[in-house]
Design a protein around this ligand. Structure first.
Ligand SMILES: [Zn+2]
Length: 59
């Protein structure tokens, strides 16, 4: 299990932890996961939008 450093207080925390136990700051890994989810959602929405535009332009 790897340890990562809290960007706020430099405390070492597990990379599986969602936030720092010392200062409560969200862990960088948790933020990465959240950003990954948001990026996936944005890609999905853009895909749906493009499909929608493609259908409309065919009419
Ligand atoms: Zn911290």
């Amino acid at each position: 299990m790897a340890l990562i450093e809290c960007k706020e207080c430099k405390n070492e925390l597990s990379e599986k932890a969602d936030k720092c136990v010392k200062c409560g700051c969200p862990s960088p890994k948790a933020e990465d996961r959240r950003m990954g989810k948001i990026a996936g959602l944005v890609c999905f929405l853009v895909g749906v939008l493009l499909l929608f535009v493609a259908c409309l332009s065919r009419l």
